[in-house]
Design a protein around this ligand. Structure first.
Ligand code: SAH
Ligand code: SF4
Ligand code: F3S
Length: 502
C-alpha cells in the first residue's frame, strides 16, 4: 500500500535520529521543537538550515561551494540523482564537472559485479581531493548501499566517506547533510524498506525539453538472477493525479517529451487504493497539453496487456518504441529465470504488437551465460533475436549476484564459453539491427533535436519517435524542437540525415 507521508507519523528510528542529531542553537533554544514532523515540510526546513550554513561558509571562503555527482546504473538512478541535485542546488551548492568539489556523491548500481568494481575503483581518487580540501563531504548512496556487506566495507575501508544512505531515503539528503555539517560525524542511514512516496521536493533536470517521471518504485518480480527487488524494495505506484500534476508542471516549463519510469510499468497502479491500469495512466498523460511525446520504460512481457497495445496504437503521442526485455530465447531457461513466459508466448506478443503497429521499433535486454545455458539454449536465443527483429539489444554477460537464487544454481557457465557466445550474439543483433535500420532509409521522419553532436559541432543529434538516433546539419536553434529530417544514410544503429525543407 502506498502511504502518503502527510498522513504518516515518523517511526522510532527517525525520532531517535532527531534526538541525537539536532539540539541547541546559539541561543540555547531546543530547535527540535521547530522541526516539522511531516514531509516534505521537514526536508524544506533542513534545506533552509543547510542553506544558512553554506552561506556562512561561502562568506568565510570568499567563494561558492560546489558539488559533483557520479551516477551509475539505470534511469531510476539517474532520476534519483536529479532529485538529489535539486536538493543540493536549493541549499546553494553549485554543480561542477570535476570531482574536486566541496560535496561529492556516488549514486551506485549493483546489478552486475563490474558495476561495483567500477565504483570502488573510482572512490580512491576522492581521497586525494579530500586531503587537499578537508572540509569536503563525500556521500555514497544508491543500490549498492542497500547491501549490508558493502556498507560494512565503506565503514571499514573507505573511512573518508562521510554520509551513506540508501535507495529508500534519498529524500532525506538535506537532513543527513545538516547532521553531518553540524556534527562532522560519519552518518549511516540505510532503510531496509519503505512505504513512503514523498512528493513535492525539488528536482534538477539535465535537459529543459525532456524529462523522466517516476510512476512507480521497486519491483515484485524476483527474476532469479536479479538483485533489483532486494535493493529497491516492493512495488509502489505513485497516485495518477500526482503524476499528471508533475507532467503538467513540466509542460509549463517547456518539456515536450516525458519518459515514464518504472522497473515494470505494466504492473503500474495495481496496488493503489483506487487501481488504475498503466494504459489508463498513459491516456491521462496524453491529455496534457504541450507534451508531444510519451515514452516509458521498462515493460515486462508477462504483464503487457491488449489494452496497452490498443492505447499505444491509437495514440499520436506515445512513441513507436517498446523496450521489451526477453533475457533468453530458451523456454527452459526462462523458467529458471522466473520470467513467467515461454519463447512462443513472447513471439506471439511480438506478432500482436507488429500487427497493431507496423512501424514499431522493438528493443530488448539479453543475458548470456545464465546457469545451465547449453549451446541449444543459446541457439534459441539467436533464433528469437532473428524472429523478433530487434532494432537493438542490450546484451549482458550473466553476473552472479549473491543473495539471488541463480547464484546457487548448478551449471554456472565458464567465462570463456559465455564470452564466445556473447560475440556470436552481438553479430546477430548487429545484422538484424542493420536490416531494420535500412527500412526507413530515404524517409522523412519527425525528430526531436536534442544536442550538439559530440563528434561534429556543426551537426545536431536527435531522436526519431522510434528512438533511433539521427545526426543532421543544423544550428543550435533547433534544439528542443521537433523537426522533419530526411534519413539519407543508414549506419546500423543510427542515421545521417538532412533537415527537410518541406
Ligand atoms: N526491470 C527491467 C530491467 C532492470 S535491470 C526488466 O525487467 O527488464 C536491466 C537489465 O540488466 C535486465 O534486463 C537484465 O538483462 C540485466 N541483468 C539483471 N541482472 C543481471 C545479472 N545478474 N547478470 C547479467 N545481467 C543482468
Ligand atoms: Fe529485475 Fe526482473 Fe524486476 Fe526487471 S523485472 S528489475 S529483471 S527482477
Ligand atoms: Fe542498478 Fe539499481 Fe538500476 S541496481 S540497474 S541502479 S535499480
Amino acid at each position: 500500500m502506498t502511504i502518503n507521508q502527510n498522513d504518516t507519523d515518523f517511526n522510532q528510528k527517525e525520532n531517535d535520529m532527531n534526538q541525537k542529531g539536532i539540539n541547541l542553537n546559539q541561543n540555547g533554544i531546543d530547535i527540535n521543537e521547530h522541526v516539522p514532523k511531516r514531509e516534505p515540510q521537514r526536508q524544506r526546513y533542513f534545506m533552509s538550515r543547510c542553506k544558512e550554513l553554506v552561506q556562512a561558509k561561502e562568506r568565510e571562503l570568499g567563494r561558492k561551494l560546489t558539488f559533483h555527482d557520479q551516477t551509475f546504473g539505470c534511469q531510476m538512478n539517474f532520476k534519483d540523482s536529479e532529485k538529489l541535485n535539486g536538493i543540493l542546488e536549493e541549499i546553494g551548492y553549485v554543480p561542477i564537472d570535476s570531482e574536486d568539489a566541496d560535496f561529492v556523491y556516488y549514486n551506485t548500481c549493483t546489478v552486475r559485479e563490474n558495476a561495483n568494481i567500477r565504483v570502488y575503483g573510482r572512490l580512491g581518487t576522492l581521497k586525494t581531493y579530500k586531503k587537499k580540501n578537508p572540509q569536503m563531504i563525500i556521500a555514497m548512496c544508491g543500490c549498492m548501499m542497500q547491501e549490508e556487506e558493502e556498507v560494512q566495507k565503506v565503514k571499514d575501508v573507505y573511512q573518508f566517506v562521510d554520509i551513506v544512505f540508501g535507495t529508500h531515503n534519498i529524500f532525506k539528503l538535506a537532513e543527513l547533510l545538516y547532521e553531518c555539517l553540524t556534527s562532522r560525524a560519519r552518518i549511516f542511514d540505510v532503510w531496509e524498506k519503505t512505504d513512503l512516496i514523498i512528493e513535492d521536493l525539488p528536482s534538477d533536470r539535465k535537459l529543459r525539453f525532456k524529462a523522466g517521471v517516476n510512476i512507480m518504485f521497486g519491483c515484485n518480480n524476483f527474476c532469479s538472477y536479479c538483485i533489483v527487488p532486494y535493493v529497491r524494495g516492493r512495488e509502489r505506484s505513485r497516485k495518477p493525479e500526482d503524476i499528471v500534476a508533475e507532467v503538467e508542471r513540466l509542460a509549463r516549463e517547456g518539456v515536450v517529451e516525458v519518459m515514464l519510469l518504472g522497473q515494470n510499468v505494466n504492473s503500474y497502479g495495481k496496488n493503489l487504493e483506487h487501481p488504475v491500469s498503466f494504459a489508463q495512466l498513459l491516456q491521462m498523460v496524453e491529455k496534457v497539453e504541450g507534451i508531444e511525446r510519451i515514452r516509458f520504460m521498462t515493460s515486462h512481457p508477462k504483464d503487457l496487456s491488449d489494452e496497452l497495445i490498443e492505447v499505444m496504437a491509437a495514440s499520436k503521442k506515445i512513441c513507436r518504441h517498446l523496450h521489451l526485455p526477453v533475457q533468453s530465447g530458451s523456454t527452459h531457461l526462462l523458467k529458471l529465470m522466473n520470467r513467467h513466459y515461454t519463447k512462443e508466448q513472447y513471439l506471439e506478443l511480438v506478432q500482436k504488437l507488429r500487427e497493431a503497429m507496423p512501424d514499431l521499433s522493438l528493443t530488448t535486454d539479453i543475458i548470456v551465460g545464465f546457469p545451465g545455458e547449453t549451446e541449444e539454449d543459446f541457439q534459441e536465443t539467436l533464433d528469437i533475436v532473428r524472429k523478433a527483429e530487434y532494432d537493438s539489444a542490450f546484451t549482458f554477460l550473466y553476473s552472479k549476484r549473491s543473495g539471488t537464487p541463480a547464484a546457487k544454481m548448478e551449471g554456472q557457465v565458464p567465462d570463456a564459453v559465455a564470452y564466445e557466445r556473447f560475440g556470436r550474439l552481438l553479430k546477430v543483433v548487429g545484422e538484424t539491427a542493420r536490416e531494420r535500420n535500412a527500412r526507413l532509409l530515404g524517409k522523412t521522419e519527425l525528430v526531436l533535436a536534442e544536442e550538439i553532436d559530440e563528434k561534429d559541432a556543426s551537426m545536431i543529434t536527435g531522436r526519431l519517435s522510434n528512438n533511433n538516433v539521427v545526426h543532421f546539419k543544423a544550428d543550435t536553434s533547433v534544439i528542443g524542437k521537433i523537426v522533419p529530417v530526411v534519413l539519407e544514410e543508414a549506419k546500423g544503429f543510427y542515421y545521417i540525415g538532412r533537415l527537410s525543407d518541406g
